[in-house]
Each structure stands twice: as structure tokens, then as C-alpha cells.
Design a protein around this ligand. Structure first.
Ligand code: AMP
Ligand code: TRP
Length: 339
């Protein structure tokens, strides 16, 4: 992408303050943000309004909000160059969410697989907020007229919906108000799987600590988890085609590739003549080096609550300014009294 183009870019993304930040959050999202900040204006949100959509996530939001801010900074996001803020501190998110919900057909929401997964069998008892979660996510992005949204693969459907909602609004008011945001799903590990089950996503809510590498794990913990990570009884693969039916191995190779910048082909050719234990040892070192650096820095940052609080507060003020300006313009287009 040329430099001149990037001046019109606005990158927006977010993570829920729901604890247990893990390698999937890092490789699928945060690591890519660290690169994007070099050439783009960026806003990184801590999406606490999203975190209250499920009952198990409603505890310790404040503590988890600081933890996400610490993870962003420890991973290398510069809080002075970029905006880091808490969603609930900018009322525009909820306001725009309502406006957008009036332009979102229920049929579109009925297709959202994340709602189906999270609501489970008892849809009638699921909260309305869990159902309208993707509309709030669209509001997060569109409130700032964002153009690029770097996320993991699991958010693709929500981003497609966001684009549809932006187009619907623009069409209904015959105005090109919202840019149509581009999903940025990049890197070699856009969907990191559980270390215990290659068919399940690595997730914050998995009851097994062994299933994920946390961003707060030290190198010894990481080594143990990778050593115990599920593999199969077959030898190390000889070629990439073999990975189709070996999801656990594919996952470990993807993680290796994302952290080493080597292609899967090169990794396979290097290790097929060795064995799994050599591969796991080197993988532990790679993950350990990158994540333990972050975890040490996170711990330091978390000891200084007032520093983190100032970052979040200042970021929220900067975000609020943009939000107010854009909402004013939007209300004017809608034709609300006083706008
Ligand atoms: P969440 O933990 O749901 O707030 O997700 C925050 C970001 O991490 C989003 O961009 C997700 O797409 C990304 N993410 C979450 N889990 C994974 C995973 N297992 N692999 C890759 N990206 C993920
Ligand atoms: N739904 C996203 C997730 O669970 C988090 C999120 C909320 C988000 N609002 C966003 C991501 C806006 C990108 C842009 O991962």
C-alpha cells in the first residue's frame, strides 16, 4: 500500500476485557496491530460493553480492562501515537448502536454463527445484547469512520455484517457517510486452535488452562504446555498435504510459522528428519521468547495502575472527541431536532 493512501486509513480494533488473554489474541490480532501502527492512524478499544453480554464475563471488568491495556502496551503498541481506550467511556458507541439497529434486518442477525454458538440450545433465554452484539461491533467501527479492521478469522462474519450495515445506512439516507471498512485478517495464525483439541478454537473461556498459552505465562509454563500439547501417534509429517487430517500438528506448525516467519514447507523440511520432541523444543523457545517478554512487561505495567488509568482516560477523551464530531454530522444527516 502506498504511503499517500495510508493517510486516509483509520485502523480500528478491540479485545474484550474477559481475562485469560492468550496466544490466539496475540497472533490473530494484537501482533498485527503492532505492525499496522507504523504506517496508520490506529484506535484500539477495550470493548467492555461487549464483555457484559454473557454472565460469566461480568466479573472483574475493571481489572481485566487494565490487563488488556497492559497487554496492548507490552506487545508494543505506543499509547501516545495511538488511541487506547475503554468502550464504555465513550457514550457514542451505545448511541450509534441504536441508530444502526434501525437499519439492520433481523434476518441478517439470525445468520450470525457466534450467537448460535454462545446462546446454545436455550435461545429464548439468551439476552438481547448477545443477539445484537454484532450491531454494537459495527457501531464501534463506524463511529470513527474506520477503514481497516484487523481481527482473527472468527470475526469475519461480523465484519461482513458491519459492511452490509454501513451500506444499508448510506443507501437509506442517500449519503456516502460511512466508509465501507476492510477486514484485515493476516498472518499465518489467524485461527489458533486449542492445544488439547485441534477442532476447537483457543479460547479465553476454555476451562482447561492446558488448552491455551496465556499472555501472562512465563517461559517454563509455556514449555510445559507445549510439551503436553496434543499430537497424534504418527511421525512428523513429510509434506504439507499430510496436514489436512492432522489439525493438532497443523496448528503447531502455523504457530511456529507465525513466530519464525518461516513457511510451513520450510518448517516441515527442517523437522521431518528430526522428531516431534526437537520440534516442540524449538517451538517452546520461539513462543517462550516472544510471550515471556510480553508477560514480564505486562506484570510491570500492572503494578502501576495509575499509569494505565491515565492512558485509558486520556485515550477515552481523544476517542470521545472524534465520536462527538461524527455523531453530530450523522444526526444532521438523519435530521434530528437540534442537530
Ligand atoms: P476476543 O478474545 O473475543 O475479545 O478476541 C479479540 C481478538 O482476538 C479478535 O480479533 C479475535 O478474532 C482474536 N482471536 C480470539 N481468539 C482467537 C484465536 N483462537 N485465534 C486467532 N485469533 C483469535
Ligand atoms: N467481537 C470482537 C471479538 O470478540 C471484539 C470487538 C468488538 C471488535 N468490537 C470490535 C473487534 C470492533 C474489531 C472491531 O473478538
Amino acid at each position: 500500500m502506498e504511503k499517500s493512501k495510508k493517510e486516509n486509513h483509520l485502523v480500528f480494533s478491540g479485545v474484550q476485557p474477559t481475562g485469560n488473554l492468550h496466544l490466539g489474541n496475540y497472533l490473530g490480532a494484537i501482533k498485527n496491530w503492532v505492525n499496522l501502527q507504523k504506517t496508520n492512524k490506529c484506535i484500539f478499544c477495550i470493548v467492555d460493553l461487549h464483555a457484559i453480554t454473557t454472565s460469566e464475563n461480568r466479573q472483574e471488568i475493571k481489572k481485566n480492562t487494565r490487563e488488556v491495556a497492559a497487554a496492548y502496551i507490552a506487545a508494543g503498541i505506543d499509547p501516545n501515537k495511538n488511541i487506547i481506550f475503554a468502550q464504555s467511556n465513550v457514550s457514542g458507541h451505545s448511541e450509534l448502536s441504536w441508530i444502526l439497529s434501525c437499519h439492520t434486518p433481523i434476518g441478517w442477525l439470525n445468520r450470525m454463527t457466534q450467537f448460535k454458538d454462545k446462546a446454545g440450545k436455550n435461545k429464548e433465554k439468551a439476552p438481547l445484547g448477545l443477539y445484537s452484539y454484532p450491531v454494537l461491533m459495527a457501531a464501534d467501527i463506524l463511529l470513527y469512520k474506520s477503514t481497516h479492521v484487523p481481527v482473527g478469522e472468527d470475526q469475519k462474519q461480523h465484519l461482513e455484517l458491519c459492511r452490509d450495515i454501513a451500506q444499508a445506512f448510506n443507501r437509506n439516507y442517500n449519503h456516502n457517510f460511512f466508509p465501507i471498512p476492510e477486514p484485515v485478517i493476516t498472518g499465518k495464525a489467524t485461527r489458533v486452535m486449542s492445544l488439547k483439541d485441534g477442532s476447537k478454537k483457543m479460547s479465553k473461556s476454555d476451562p482447561s488452562e492446558q488448552s491455551r498459552i496465556n499472555m501472562t505465562d512465563d517461559s517454563e509454563m509455556i514449555r510445559k504446555k507445549i510439551q503436553k500439547a496434543k499430537t497424534d501417534s504418527l511421525p512428523f509429517p513429510n509434506e504439507i498435504l499430510e496436514l489436512d487430517n492432522r489439525p493438532e500438528i497443523l496448528n503447531l506448525i502455523n504457530i511456529f510459522a507465525a513466530l519464525s516467519n518461516l513457511s510451513s514447507e520450510k518448517i516441515i523440511s527442517d523437522y521431518k528428519i528430526k522428531d516431534f520432541s526437537a520440534f516442540k523444543k524449538d517451538l517452546s523457545n520461539l513462543v517462550g521468547e516472544e510471550i515471556s517478554k510480553i508477560s514480564v512487561e505486562m506484570k510491570k505495567l500492572l503494578e502501576d495502575e495509575s499509569y494505565l488509568d491515565t492512558i485509558i482516560k486520556k485515550g477515552s477523551e481523544r476517542a470521545d472527541e472524534i465520536s462527538e464530531k461524527n455523531l453530530k454530522e450523522l444526526k444532521n444527516i438523519i435530521g434530528f431536532f437540534g442537530a
